[in-house]
Design a protein around this ligand. Sequence first.
Ligand SMILES: [Zn+2]
Length: 404
Amino acid sequence: MFHPESFDRIVCPELPDAHTEPYLFSLVVKHMVHGPCGLLNPACPCMKKNSCKYNYPKDYSEATKYGTNSYPIYRRHDDRHVINIRGSQLDNRWVVPYHPYLLAKFNCHINVEICSTIQAVKYIYKNIYKGHDKILYTLLGDEQDPVVDETKNFQAARWISPPESIWRIFGFDLNHLHPAIICLPVHLENEHVVTFAANQALKPSSFKDLRTIKEVTYTTFRDDALTLGLIESDNTAEMCIEEAACYLMPHALRKLFAIVLVFCCPKNSIQLWSKFQDFLSKDFAQNRDLTPKMINHRVLDIVDNNLRSMGKKLEDFFHTDKDMSLDFDDRLAKDLQTECDIYVPAEDLLAVEQLNVEQKMLIIKSYIMFVIICQVLSLLTALEVHEKHFYIEHFLLRFDQMVT
Ligand SMILES: [Zn+2]
């Protein structure tokens, strides 16, 4: 059921001919016409925010085709055929899709829709797993200020339908999975409980033993398994970035690089960085004012920001290489850059005009004070004064007296 033409064999969203199919026509009129709603009847229960939540009336369409939200757009001819429903003249656009046989057989409202796109999987999954019906109710006694115990309320109001209760009483399985998947406990080093007799000579006897093959001790179990041929060499992270480098812009590539670091656990992050460094910094490399070191730091800084948005940081991946971390000067430069990048709205800048004379004086005094303190500090630094403690409070007090 993938071709819209085949939908027409099952679903019909039009009024049948009253003369050739009088019985079907009477049933469609009785059960399968929506509304009227919209302007014809704004008080209709289907009206949400001034429009019909089921999107009636539908549009006319010459042929059935795929819709944008997984519901097909059915063929609805503009044949001027109208009927009077609840006081309004309605046409094919108001007919709820039905299956003629089912409608005639059961004589009730049965909406039949075609859902053969991949989204049907999601729909069915949701309906199976959304859980059973629940009712929340409160029984109040005579007490004025009843204590609400939410947990108790939830348990007391849990409603189980008859089939489910029988199913549980007989102890049938509530779910079944084949083949059974069992989560086996994994014990990492120093996170386990092991008991063994002292006279038992076990081999291997430690995690280090496990990581040692032919007298070579590997740093990770992964390398160990790789050497034993238990797993295949995994360079998917590298392949992923290599492929992406062909078409992604550096900005997007840096994001991907961070994602790969966090979620793909590449074996050697530094190697990965060295290999793709040029691709990752292509945009900054265009700027002739930047030295290779500055470019490096800028790119790493962005990668660091991306990592931090995922709860990690650069140091988690490049802790062994000193060059990879940003030194203090760069951090300071970054902080200054961040400060300079802050956008100050014009109205904030103009707000100073609304201050009274005293307020303006205070600001000017603070600014002068700030400049003087900066000068004094730089002077002290220049003179290499080791004892830099002096009493700012006294200084400020004296200054204040001077100005006023
Ligand atoms: Zn409606």
